[in-house]
Design a protein around this ligand. Structure first.
Ligand code: NDP
Length: 311
């Protein structure tokens, strides 16, 4: 008997995923019926993509897992009707994309690239010499799948990388700190800060007036995590005072960021429209197919979300 896989997402997402998912399931050796319209009571797996409109998961009585195509789960994890196992995307090109985006923006601020890119005005400014990476303190809050990959990449360039997480980690070349008491140590004197914790009840407003005050004066803040990790009023005040020299923000409390938001016109803020890293179809299809194979083989699913922790 074949396995019914419901693709729950926008028509364009279905168009993009249909063939790669079928091919990946074939390679994984699972015979699936992949469709955008299986009845709930006949659905074995839900692939949860962009534009998924399911709000009530209770009719999906035989569904063995919900397989999300994205990393963040704050919008779905609290849904009380979702009692089926929920797996999020790990891999799928997300880690590589995030490493490239974070490294690019860290290097922009580290090297002071703006001075030359924005200052091409006939003046020969050859007196700007940035410190070497080995003399630059970079802190990453959240060193899981994405933050951990970024920490390794930045450490390999030579940066003094500190990472912070809930549970203690051990990453070569990275000073790893954990739990509440490690947070202040991680922030103390950080010159470039990257936020890659998930948004949960515990991490909302993690970066506020007090925590911003621990950074080195004139620090750079880079947020590809979630908008609500930052107390926006506190960040604007820190930009005003110079405590933060520049903020590069990819994510916001309200997305798309409304045109009247003060961040848009702020001279010390760079906005990118939630593009830090995207799931890549072919790579993500492999991850989903592997989880379906595991479900059918009675093996534990990969990348399960812990609902009590919220991520
Ligand atoms: P992971 O779950 O793999 O990593 C999260 C990290 O945050 C872990 O190190 C975790 O600790 C730590 N963490 C969570 N809660 C706390 C806490 N209360 N205190 C201290 N540390 C905590 O997630 P990913 O790396 O895959 O993704 C991170 C986030 O990146 C996503 O949730 C999403 O919001 C964002 N994202 C943004 C994208 C974009 O384009 N802008 C694209 C993809 C993701 P521990 O290791 O101990 O569990």
């Amino acid at each position: 008997m074949s396995v019914n896989v419901l693709f729950a997402g926008s028509p364009s997402a279905w168009e993009a995923y249909r063939d790669p998912l079928m091919a990946a399931c074939d390679r994984a050796g699972v015979a699936v019926q992949l469709a955008p319209n299986h009845p709930p009571e006949e659905t074995d797996y839900i692939v949860y993509g962009t534009g998924c409109e399911i709000e009530d998961f209770s009719p999906f009585v035989r569904t063995k897992a919900v397989l999300r195509l994205w990393a963040g789960v704050e919008g779905i994890v609290k849904n009380p009707t979702l009692t089926q196992p929920l797996a999020r995307m790990v891999g799928g090109g997300l880690d590589e994309g995030m490493v490239e985006w974070v490294t690019g923006h860290v290097l922009r601020h580290h090297l002071g690239m703006d001075a030359h890119i924005l200052g091409q005005d006939g003046v020969w400014r050859n007196d700007i010499c940035p410190p070497l990476a080995r003399d630059r303190k970079v802190t990453i809050l959240g060193i899981g799948a994405l933050g951990g990959a970024c920490a390794r990449a930045l450490a390999s360039i030579g940066f003094q990388v500190t990472g912070w997480s809930r549970s203690q980690k051990d990453i070569a070349g990275v000073r790893c700190l954990s739990e509440a008491e490690g947070l202040d140590q991680a922030l103390e004197g950080a010159e470039i800060l990257v936020l890659l914790v998930p948004l949960t009840a515990e991490t909302e407003n993690l970066l506020g007036a007090r925590t911003l005050g621990l950074l080195a004066p004139g620090a750079f803040v880079i947020n590809p995590g979630r908008g609500a990790l930052i107390d926006d009023a506190a960040l604007l005040a820190a930009l005003e005072s110079g405590q933060v020299a520049h903020a590069t923000l990819d994510v916001f409390r309200t997305e798309p960021l409304p045109p009247e938001d003060p961040y848009w016109a702020h001279p010390k803020v760079t906005i990118t429209p939630h593009i830090a890293s995207e799931t890549r179809v072919d790579a993500a299809a492999e991850v989903v197919a592997e989880n379906i194979r595991r479900g059918e083989a009675g093996e534990p699913f990969l990348h399960l979300v812990d609902r009590t922790l919220g991520y």
